[in-house]
Design a protein around this ligand. Structure first.
Ligand code: GDP
Length: 631
């Protein structure tokens, strides 16, 4: 049984619709937002809010045919119905489709009724034939593979529905979290916040994470990681039959590998075990060295890929791009109709270009497939080549992907928060050595120059020298920056909480929270990060990543997000919501990591590091970035 069938133009106009029930939420809107606008048309299905949405495109006329049904009750004839309705609709109205005076297609209802009956009959006969041939008659959405393109979004790698579901009471989560949080706010010193999550809770979080991402315009993923138990859940949790969502595995009993236990500061015992040997002062020589490197050295002026303050450009670009998002698909009339064969060679060349620019292979494949699906069956404009057509389509797709959906103006966000009694909090996370502390210092410098009073919370309580490194930066950055630290071995979540409390009392505008570098597979440290985030609810959680990374960018980000979702109790766990891309000055024009990271998370690149001085921080100029990618 289907719930809805809609025929609409790629510019968003509904031509004809049949709804059998009132739908919960807006699955069709999600289809437009997360599939059509984000170039994921190569996928075959979207699963959201208990519904599955499937679609076929008619590229020449610029139409989308979509069917919606309950995921739990997949009709075996959905794919068949899509194909037959598409053929019948085009056949019936081909002569009037371009005519803006014709907008009444209500007489299609009769045709649809008979097509639906016919598709149901065919499906029943197929099932009967299979039964009589003694083949397992379970026809589910698999039967749709007749139409399915390369992939589908689903959560089929999740534990099955009949896996035992824990009782709600086992969550204890929110109330416990709130009370402990309050308690910790009252008793500041070294107050650890218990954060154990049961395996069941983690599983539920994981399921919720996937469901939510499927519903929120998330990102597709492909599991290319070789690591056992690796997570490929890209932010957005969209998966495909060929690349399903894989969530990180614990060891057999869900316990922490022994060698990592000592790294886990979220337990009381580890707090006791580590000595507080913090250096309270850094030497003048150290500060002088820092000043020379980060403040007095010549900043990088060579970059046109990113501009100093391009938010406005990005924003106007955003509405522009989204406003005319389908313009490209309109008006390709009169000339040759593009076939898959025509597209193959140019697409393959552009795929190589993207990979040569360091776009992760999975992402390049998906982009190319998406562009192919959008172009196949279209008529080329006159006076153009297939290659130019593909290039333009790819340019548009990359621009849409890289254009932030919302403004990323941190200074404005900070200003909006003034007077609320709580400072604006940004937490920085990422793997070791990528430039987290340096980026944090650069952001601090940027904010100081925007008249903010900044507190830096030293929550890397693990790496020797981390606190002193920040102390040195603070000495260089001047009197409007202050360091809050509690030495080493302390629970990072509690240190951050104390810092925020102190910042609130002393009217700081911003708290920048430094966290320990961690590999994406290090579960204890991921749990500690989740705790810090959940307990302190930063306004932004920035992932700091190197522009040098290729395929690993996707792995890092998807695993960070999966772990964050796994280890938070909240029904709405906080995930990465901004990216700082470092060492852009070292990659020449291999700027592909930017695409991989944004595509993976759906989150914007907020800052780009282009050198070692505090001044070497930029915002992204989408146009220049796309130009560099396709050069
Ligand atoms: P963390 O371990 O992630 O905190 O990394 P650090 O902040 O200590 O940085 C590691 C190294 O990367 C240091 O030598 C930094 O000077 C360098 N670094 C950070 N950002 C950039 C950047 O944008 N460009 C270049 N060339 N080097 C950077």
């Amino acid at each position: 049984m289907i719930d809805d069938f809609t025929i609409f133009s790629r510019s968003g106009l509904i031509l004809w619709r049949k709804s059998f029930v009132k739908l919960r939420g807006n699955p069709l809107g999600l289809l437009v937002q997360t599939v059509l606008l984000e170039d994921r048309v190569a996928l075959a299905e979207l699963v959201c809010d208990g519904y599955t949405v499937r679609w076929v495109l008619e590229n020449e006329a610029g139409l989308v045919f979509s069917v919606i049904y309950q995921t739990a009750l997949p009709p075996a004839y959905a794919a068949d119905l899509l194909v037959s309705v598409k053929a019948a609709f085009i056949d019936k109205y081909s002569s009037v489709l371009g005519d803006s005076n014709v907008d009444d297609f209500s007489d299609f209802s009769v045709v649809f009724e008979s097509l639906l009956n016919a598709a149901e009959d065919r499906s029943l006969s197929r099932a009967a034939a299979l039964r009589s041939a003694n083949v397992c008659p379970t026809i589910s959405s698999d039967a749709m593979s007749t139409v399915a393109t390369s992939s589908s979004w689903s959560s089929s790698s999740l534990p099955s529905a009949d896996t035992e579901v824990p009782e709600t009471s086992s969550y204890r989560g929110n109330s416990k979290y709130h009370s402990l949080k309050d308690e910790a706010a009252e008793q500041c010193d070294d107050n650890d916040v218990s954060h154990d999550l049961s395996e069941d809770t983690i599983r539920q979080n994981r399921e919720a994470f996937i469901r939510r991402k499927q519903g929120s315009g998330g990102r597709p993923k492909k599991s290319s990681s070789k690591a056992a138990g690796s997570s490929r859940s890209l932010m957005g949790g969209l998966s495909s039959t060929s690349d399903r969502l894989e969530v990180p595995k614990r060891n057999a009993l869900g316990s922490i590998p022994e060698e990592n236990e000592k790294l886990d500061f979220s337990d009381d015992k580890s707090q006791e075990a580590v000595t507080d040997n913090i250096a309270r002062y850094v030497s003048d020589a150290e500060v002088a060295r820092c000043r020379e490197q980060h403040l007095d050295a010549k900043p990088n002026t060579a970059y046109d890929i990113i501009s100093a303050d391009d938010d406005q450009a990005a924003d106007s670009n955003s509405s522009n791009v989204r406003g005319k998002v389908f313009d490209f698909f309109k008006g390709l009339a009169g000339m040759k109709m593009l076939t898959r064969t025509d597209l193959e060679r140019p697409l393959s060349l552009f795929r190589d270009v993207l990979i040569g620019k360091n776009v992760a292979q999975d992402i390049a494949d998906r982009l190319i497939e998406s562009v192919a699906s959008s172009l196949e069956g279209k008529r080329m404009e006159s006076l153009t080549t297939v290659s130019a057509t593909v290039r333009q389509a790819l340019d548009d797709a990359l621009t849409r992907i890289l254009t932030p959906r919302q403004s990323v103006d941190i200074v404005a966000e900070i200003a909006a928060k003034r007077g609320t009694g709580r400072p604006y909090v940004i937490a920085f996370c990422g793997v070791n050595g990528v430039g987290k502390s340096t980026s944090l210092a650069k952001v601090c410098y940027y904010l100081l120059n925007n008249n903010c009073k900044v507190m830096i919370a030293a929550c890397d309580t693990f790496r020797a020298g981390a606190v002193e490194q920040l102390r040195t930066h603070v000495r260089c950055l001047g009197e409007n920056a202050e360091l809050f630290d509690r030495g080493y071995g302390k629970d990072a979540a509690s240190v951050a909480m104390d810092a925020i409390r102190k910042a609130r009392e002393h009217r700081f505008d911003v708290v920048l929270v430094d966290t320990a570098g961690r590999m994406q597979d290090n579960e204890p440290l991921m749990r500690a990060l989740s705790k810090l985030v959940e307990v302190n609810q930063p306004d932004r959680l920035f992932f700091v990543g190197e522009a040098l990374v290729g395929n690993d960018a996707v792995d890092q980000l998807s695993k960070f997000n999966a772990a964050l979702a796994d280890h938070q109790k909240s029904a709405k766990p906080r995930l990465i919501d901004g990216i700082v891309l470092t060492k852009f000055d070292t990659i020449d024009d291999k700027v592909g990591a930017a695409v991989s990271m944004v595509y993976t998370t759906g989150q914007p690149i907020v800052f780009v590091g282009v050198g070692q001085t505090y001044m070497d921080l930029r915002k992204v100029n989408t146009k220049s970035l796309v130009k560099a990618l396709l050069k």
